[in-house]
Design a protein around this ligand. Structure first.
Ligand SMILES: *[C@@H]1O[C@H](CO)[C@@H](O)[C@H](O)[C@H]1NC(C)=O
Ligand SMILES: *[C@@H]1O[C@H](CO)[C@@H](O)[C@H](O)[C@H]1NC(C)=O
Length: 517
């Protein structure tokens, strides 16, 4: 190789490096993540995005309510303390009792947020961030912080589009897909009525009860903070954890981006013992995991645990991996108990046949990503609607945890293991989710950089943001037409009646007149 060729090669190398830098929309931005939530799964999924942003060269600073010992360059994590978690699994309390318990808890959580040293420091030093990513879950008061820091705000929602996150970008609350409240199918009048009633209740509660409370406390800690309602109307982008492979297709406005599947995109190598265990499961394997909130020892009564253990024992020689924070002495020989299991990586193993799950959105997405049929045993929140959705799609069977019997458990799992339809549909769903033109995580990063580059999302804001709800849903227009058509009908009725009476009179009078003569 002579000198000029070498020089040329060097130029090419430089050029490639230079265009690579240019093709990224923004070089290295400063991003703040506010993850003030009591939902561990919300942090676990959302932090994947923050870490990926750090890996792609941005400087990421995260405030979160969960520990994170990730040692990644450009990724700074600060723990926020003082958050209280409502006992969502206690179904005994009446609605009134639950509300009277939850409200003081929320007050505490808002006050404790502002009292955290990390938050106080941000207020004192007012550092410059190019964007703030805020996790949304009944915590809109935190939006006062990005407003104070004058940074464009991106919402991350660990759920699909719903009445809680639609409001940020005027995405319509229409009867598509499953609704947390409505068990009735949405194509019936009563299904839509109950879904609409639930949405109205949530909106009114958020706006008037929660909003008022948040405003009062915010003003104490950050006097310049505008009302929460105003803050929610200045959101640049909403990233939702959904995709049509996981839910029923529904409409999304252009600044609400579906990134479902982003957290389960990369599989890590399994620990050696688990790899061996699953490799040796020639007849297949089953994974049992109820997520991070449902505890086997506390939330699953003994009779139900017995049903599950007996049922799993009957599956031998099929092997079972069972996540439980407590030891279970009655576990049959083919069941391996562990208090920690790398769920996504286990689901990726080809010998895994069935996933027994509570149906959290993170778990459901991982099952779809790897094409594994599910036995869903939901407990609370969106788990019922997630399971209902995948049951409808055809790769899952749902059981109600308090009505489960030995027969129903055994027959559900036998059906999933023997009827190949479930696996076929799960594989099809997997291909819908994994074979996308742009991978969801890369898509999410692109959108965050897009907002940073354009210093906000004003260009994506739709006219619905400036309309009242009755204007957005065209209630006023429909009322106008209702009144117009009714008026026309009434006027026509009176004109017709008047005309008919005249005619009848004319005809009736003829003979009368003769008589009178
Ligand atoms: C609910 O009530 C039942 C019966 O009164 C009681 O045994 C159970 O422990 C209660 N559950 C919780 C979570 O408080
Ligand atoms: C909305 O957010 C942008 C940053 O994206 C900020 O410059 C602007 O002042 C905010 N507007 C209001 C009314 O808060």
């Amino acid at each position: 190789m002579n000198y000029s060729m070498q020089k040329n090669k060097m130029y090419v190398t430089w050029l490639v490096a230079f265009t690579a830098i240019l093709s990224a929309q923004v070089e290295s931005a400063k991003i703040l993540g506010i993850f003030w939530t009591f939902g561990r799964s919300h942090y676990l999924t959302g932090s994947t995005l923050l870490k990926a942003l750090a890996a792609s060269g941005h400087e990421v600073h995260v405030l979160s309510t969960f520990e994170d010992d990730a040692n990644i360059p450009n990724f700074k994590h600060e723990l926020l303390t003082g958050i209280l978690c409502p006992d969502i699994l206690n179904n005994n309390a009446s609605v009134i009792a639950q509300i009277t318990e939850i409200l003081p808890m929320l007050t505490n959580n808002i006050e404790k947020f502002w009292e955290n040293e990390a938050v106080k420091r941000l207020i004192d030093t007012k550092p410059k961030y190019d964007a703030v990513i805020s996790l949304s879950f009944f915590n809109d008061f935190v939006l006062a912080l990005p407003h104070y820091l004058e940074a464009p705000t991106i919402i991350y929602s660990a759920m699909s589009s719903n009445v809680i996150n639609n409001k940020y970008v005027a995405n319509p609350n229409l009867p598509y897909g499953e609704n947390m409240a409505a068990n009735a199918p949405l194509n019936t009048f009563f299904g839509r009525l109950s879904a609409a009633s639930m949405n109205m209740f949530m909106s009114v509660m958020e706006k008037y009860i929660l909003g008022t409370m948040q405003n009062i406390i915010n003003r104490r800690y950050l006097p310049s903070a505008p009302p929460v309602q105003e803050l929610t109307e200045n959101i640049s982008l909403v990233l939702v954890n959904s995709h049509f492979a996981i839910e029923s297709p529904k409409p999304y406005v252009p600044n609400m981006i579906q990134i479902g599947g982003f957290h389960s995109q990369k599989n890590k190598k399994l620990p050696e013992d688990l790899q061996k265990y699953l490799d040796s499961a020639k007849d297949g394997a089953v994974l049992f995991s109820m997520g991070s909130v449902v505890k086997v020892g506390e939330n699953i009564p003994k009779e139900q645990l017995d049903i599950i253990m007996t049922g799993l024992g009957k599956l031998a020689p099929i092997k079972v991996l069972f996540k439980s924070e407590v030891k279970i002495p009655t576990a049959p020989k083919n069941v391996l108990i562990s208090n920690w299991l790398p769920q996504n990586d286990i689901l990726a193993h080809p010998n895994l046949k069935v996933f027994i799950s509570h149906g959290g959105l993170g778990s459901t997405t991982e099952a779809v990503a790897h094409g594994v049929p599910m036995l869903g045993i939901p407990f609370f929140a969106d788990q019922k609607s997630n399971i209902a959705s995948v049951v409808k799609t055809g790769f899952a069977i749902g059981l109600e945890h308090d009505k489960m019997t030995q027969e129903s458990f055994d027959s559900a799992i036998r059906e999933l293991l023997t009827n190949s339809t479930y696996t076929a549909i799960a594989k099809k769903r997997s291909s819908l989710l994994t074979k996308q033109r742009v991978k969801p995580l890369e898509n999410a990063i692109w959108w965050v950089e897009h907002i940073i580059e354009h210093k906000g999302g004003e260009h994506l804001r739709n006219v619905g943001m400036d309309l009242e709800w009755y204007q957005l849903y065209m209630v006023d227009i429909m009322l106008f037409f209702l009144v117009l058509i009714s008026t026309i009908l009434i006027i026509s009725f009176f004109i017709t009646r008047w005309t008919l009476r005249r005619l009848i009179n004319v005809f009736a009078r003829g003979p009368k007149k003769v008589k009178e003569n």
